[in-house]
Ligand binder design. Structure first.
Ligand SMILES: [Zn+2]
Length: 677
């Protein structure tokens, strides 16, 4: 469980939404004048100026809740490549010599074979539910909770390994809040019409799943679903909000196993941990202590029958995507259609590609990189990265609001940031993952067991700095404060983010800003709390920390004022880290571009090189999104919506106003600007 500060959209929410192969799009070019709308005043709405042409001709495909000129188009391309690889591996009777190819082929093949799930699903549910029925008779609640956690089915809370936030050299165990079916606590607790409506739709969904799983008859399903909502509401009340979870101190309480037992004595913790091979729990972080004491209350005062009902629901919920299509369809109806506004399900092969990427990611990534990634691209992007680092170093050295001591520590942190480009040096060994030519449900459980075991094996061991937390085909990038590292999977090093021959302005405006964004995360309101070694540590002198907070407050106020869909506003506090990274990334990339540029022939003579830089940045964000998903993201995603990532960033850069000759009175050349780095 590592916290990643990523660049793009939250993948879980767009996760599984894809275009039919008929609408298979080619890579969008880097800077494209036909995607612009030059009738719009760039000083008023730079997003529409950059993207207006594209927005006018682009509709969201029915099986997507959003479509973007960069992330989604590249992802669609990558998926086609992965599909080719997996079809090849799955259709030749598994004669491929490498066991990885065999595993990939069998896993993907089993996912495509939905007929096999018709008999496998009731068999799985019968066995699972009889385990649940044994609670209070031959088994304890802790035994059953442990058993399902081991298969990757989360109940009540999350549990696993994590880096010790104050000793980055070692891995410890962690117990954290969890156990909800709706996106976060606000969905249970907010008292307004919109959330009430979602809650009643959720109850209908839970009821339908209970019926499909033969847990309840149609007559009693609704009432039971209501009980489940009540239980989850209790869990939600003791959970931290997404804003609070951005403060790393609020999720660090290394009270150990003894502390956990005092908070939640109803669970047999020693027994539960020993199921994961952990026999001493001295080194344990209880991320949210009030959640665990609340949970203890819940399991002691609720009747056992209600607890069993909750457990059954989460088995159905956790495995919905891997069971027969009745469950898949119902799961889509609520999470895809209702919550995200996605009209149609994606074709099965896209689900299977995504699932193989998620569960056997690096094995598949190795094959992907061989096909799709050029070493020359890696060399050039590393060069851009170095230019960005040099411009950040210059900025840090000349800041007037930092004292010497903090400045020196900041420079050390900057210089120690590790970078990972393209794909891992060492691929994950999944030879012990047990994939058979049986059915997708069994293979999914098997893969779940492998990853849970792999995660727990790390407890008590030194931190492994070579690990990657995104797979190579992923169209995204991240900074990890605990690893003090920036990571760029091969997936994002493609047009319209990067192209070898695109020219400096286009490349610095796109991939340059992505790299600058990730670098800045090390120095945003959350990342700054970790030192160069990835330890939670106050390396800032109090006065400088106060100045930083004051400067950041400017961005909170700016973004709080932006409206999303139907009166929903951006949460300036939730999005602060990302907004700092966007602004810092744009500024650093611009400086690095100015330092590296050479005058020469231009591919876009109607735009100056500076204008090309900014348009390339704007066009990385051209996005169409359903109102449903826009609202969901405003409540859950630390990234601001695309139009504000563009307009909200450029308006703070005097260089932008200069490039487009914006008069002082124009909206994107305000008299007061925010500046952090
Ligand atoms: Zn980010």
């Amino acid at each position: 469980m590592k916290k990643l500060l990523s660049f793009g959209f939250v993948s879980a929410l767009i996760g599984s939404t894809l275009v039919p192969s008929s609408s298979y799009a080619a890579f969008e070019p880097m800077l494209d004048e036909s995607a612009m709308n030059q009738a719009i005043d760039p000083c008023v709405d730079f997003y529409t100026y950059s993207c207006g042409g594209w927005l006018a001709k682009t509709q969201i495909p029915a099986d997507y809740p959003l479509w973007s000129r960069s992330f989604l188009t590249i992802r669609d391309q990558n998926e086609q490549i992965l599909k080719g690889i997996l079809e090849d591996y799955s259709q030749d009777n598994f004669s491929h010599p490498s066991t990885y190819q065999k595993k990939l082929g069998m896993f993907y093949g089993s996912c495509m074979d939905t007929d096999a799930l018709k008999s496998a699903t009731p068999k799985f549910l019968k066995t699972a539910f009889s385990e649940v029925e044994a609670i209070g008779k031959t088994r304890t609640l802790s035994q059953i909770v442990g058993k399902f956690h081991k298969e990757g089915i989360g109940l009540f809370f999350n549990i696993g390994s994590t880096q010790d936030k104050k000793d980055s050299s070692r891995m410890i165990a962690v117990v954290d809040q969890g156990g909800l079916g709706l996106p976060n606590r606000d969905y249970y607790l907010e008292k307004n019409e919109k959330k009430e409506k979602i809650r009643s739709q959720y109850v209908e969904h839970v009821a339908k799943m209970l019926e499909l799983g033969a847990v309840a008859s149609p007559a009693e399903a609704k009432k039971q679903a209501q009980t489940i909502l009540e239980i989850e509401t209790e869990l939600a009340k003791n959970s931290l909000s997404p804003v609070d979870r951005r403060d790393p101190y609020k999720t660090y309480h290394p009270v150990g196993g003894q502390g956990l037992k005092e908070l939640a004595p109803s669970f047999a913790w020693d027994d539960l941990f020993s199921q994961f091979g952990i026999h001493q729990t001295k080194d344990l972080n209880v991320a949210v202590p009030e959640f665990m004491s609340g949970l203890n209350q819940l399991v002691t005062h609720r009747p056992l029958e209600e607890i069993k009902l909750y457990v059954k629901w989460h088995i159905l919920h956790g495995m919905a995507g891997a069971m027969d299509l009745r469950f898949v369809d119902e799961n889509f109806r609520f999470y895809g259609l209702t919550l995200s506004g996605q009209k149609k399900q994606k074709p099965r092969w896209k689900t299977c590609v995504a699932s193989t990427d998620s569960l056997l990611g690096e094995a598949l990534g190795e094959a992907f990189v061989k096909k799709a990634f050029g070493e020359e691209g890696k060399k050039q992007t590393l060069h851009i990265l170095q230019a960005l680092q040099a411009s950040f170093e210059k900025t840090l050295s000349s800041l007037d609001w930092m004292d010497k001591k903090t400045q020196e520590a900041a420079l050390v942190k900057l210089k120690t940031i590790q970078n990972k480009m393209g794909y891992p040096d060492k691929w994950k060994d999944i030879s012990k993952m047990d994939i058979k030519k049986t059915n997708y449900l069994e293979n999914t459980l098997s893969a779940g067991r492998f990853w849970v075991e792999d995660d727990f094996k790390k407890v008590g061991k030194p931190t492994d700095r070579t690990e990657w937390y995104m797979t190579p085909p992923t169209v995204n990038a991240y900074y990890s404060a605990e690893g003090n590292e920036i990571v760029f999977p091969a997936g994002i090093l493609q047009p319209p983010f990067f192209e070898r021959n695109a020219g400096l302005a286009a490349n610095y405006g796109a991939i340059g800003v992505v790299i600058g964004h990730e670098l800045t995360h090390g120095f945003d309101d959350e990342g700054r709390k970790f030192d160069s070694k990835g330890n939670l540590n106050e390396w800032w002198t109090p006065k400088v920390a106060e100045t930083f907070t004051h400067r950041a407050e400017c961005l909170v106020n700016q973004f709080d004022k932006y409206k999303v869909a139907e009166g929903v506003s951006i949460n300036g506090k939730l999005t602060l880290g990302e907004n700092i990274a966007d602004l810092g990334g744009l500024k650093l990339a611009y400086q690095a571009f100015q330092a590296s540029r050479k005058d020469g022939e231009s591919k876009h003579p109607s735009l100056s090189p500076e204008q090309q830089f900014f348009v390339s940045f704007g066009q990385a964000w051209c996005t169409q999104i359903t109102p449903e998903l826009e609202k969901l993201r405003a409540a859950t995603d630390p990234h601001s919506p695309p139009q504000y990532r563009v307009n909200g960033s450029v308006q703070n850069l005097p260089e932008f106003a200069k490039a487009f000759g914006c008069a002082k009175s124009k909206p994107l050349n305000p008299s007061r600007t925010c500046s952090i780095w």
